[in-house]
Design a protein around this ligand. Structure first.
Ligand code: NAD
Ligand code: AKB
Length: 346
């Protein structure tokens, strides 16, 4: 696997936003693969990295350029996974902060990368880059980028910055447009697709859920193991396989809150869901329903492993592990059968 120049002296990979929904699973995956000491977990001052496991940590704000530069230099970082960001719902209500973190923070990382010779930078874009003027089903890789949310605008600008630093400063930037991510380890951080994880949590606690998106709002979604696999796969690809340094569309599944509720109800028949759309509905209404990811498949071999049914089974198993023993025993029969079917899967 090619990572650029090797540095046998110490940590080489920096992950910003390590305590977030993606970072909290990416850091352990990278540490497992490349060694705990090779991965520096970057986190905001004041936060605890309790579930990241052992390994080096740095507390800094990505909007502080000298702090970013000093971490890159101190650890002789060669590869950055830059995850620190403000997500769509929060960005819409706090556009100044979103702009500062999402754009200035990214620019600080890219400037620092160019200055110290970081060989490769991963930056997650989002399906939020799309808005008006594109087909909402199977939205194409090269579709027009006219987002209608602050977050989407920061993602388009970020893709352009990544492309610019590749061409002008030879920083090998790699971007993927994640769909909404579902995961059990860390709660999502203020996005429009957060309803999905919230719905699972309510169902496992045995309570009803009120979705802030309407029953039939279909969006592209992905389970976290696929999201981590996509990040590793694009970063490990030979440079010749990367045909764009803007964002690659990556897809896995599409569903609406109503379809997710139905799928959960198949396993937990007493679960109820109602629908009271709020301001986040307006953001979702201009996002794609599904994504054409054929270019990522062709260029660097992307493929997803989790469809809706497999995701629901696995989420229930993972979230049930956190329930107190009495609650868990209430689900005993279901969990045993989900475990059997997960073992039987190819
Ligand atoms: P998150 O909100 O869960 O985590 C973001 C992290 O950034 C947090 O740990 C936070 O402490 C950190 N952070 C915020 N401001 C910072 C600052 N100024 N300096 C340093 N750290 C700061 O986000 P996530 O879901 O893990 O998303 C990671 C990346 O993936 C983001 O770029 C996001 O836009 C993108 N993405 C996520 C999703 C999703 O559904 N989660 C979908 C598409 C794209
Ligand atoms: C959000 O809802 O903001 C994210 C995303 C799709 O980028 N989940």
């Amino acid at each position: 696997m090619y990572w650029g120049n090797s540095n046998p002296m110490g940590p080489k990979i920096l992950v910003t936003g390590s305590t977030g929904q993606v970072g909290s699973e990416l850091v352990p995956a990278l540490r497992e693969k490349y060694g705990a000491d090779s991965v520096v977990a970057g986190l905001l001052p004041g936060l605890k990295a309790t579930e990241l496991g052992p390994g080096p940590e740095e507390r800094f704000d990505v909007t502080n350029r000298s702090a970013v530069l000093s971490v890159l230099k101190k650890h002789r970082i060669q590869v950055v996974f830059h995850l620190a960001a403000i997500l769509s719902a929060v960005a819409e209500s706090r556009p100044d902060i979103a702009w500062t973190v999402n754009i200035l923070g990214l620019r600080n990382v890219l400037e620092g990368a160019a200055e110290v010779g970081v060989s490769r930078v991963f930056w997650p874009s989002s399906v939020a880059v799309f808005g008006l003027g594109v087909p909402r089903r199977a939205t194409p890789q090269d579709g027009q980028l006219t987002p209608t949310s602050t977050y989407g605008i920061t993602k388009v600008a970020g893709e352009l910055l990544c492309n610019y630093y590749f061409h002008k400063h030879h920083v090998d930037t790699r971007c993927i447009r994640y769909p909404g991510l579902i995961s059990s380890k860390t709660r999502p951080g203020g996005g429009t697709t957060d309803y999905a994880v919230e719905m699972f949590e309510a169902a496992l606690q045995g309570v009803g859920y009120t979705s802030f998106l309407s029953e039939d709002t279909t969006l592209p979604m992905m389970y976290m193991p696929d999201a981590i696999a996509a990040a590793l796969r694009i970063m490990e690809a030979e440079p010749s396989r990367i045909r764009t340094h803007l964002g690659y569309n990556v897809g896995a599944m599409s569903f609406s809150p109503g379809q997710l509720a139905k799928s959960i109800r198949k396993r937990l028949p007493t679960f109820t869901c109602s629908y009271t759309p709020d301001a986040r509905q307006r953001i979702a209404d201009n996002w794609p329903e599904s994504i054409d990811d054929s270019q990522a498949r062709k260029d660097w071999g992307w493929s997803s492993a989790y469809d809706l049914s497999r995701t629901v089974d696995d989420m229930i198993l993972k979230l049930a592990d956190r329930l107190p023993p009495t609650e868990k025993s209430r689900l005993g029969g279901l969990l045993a059968s989900l475990r059997r079917s997960s073992v039987a899967r190819p």
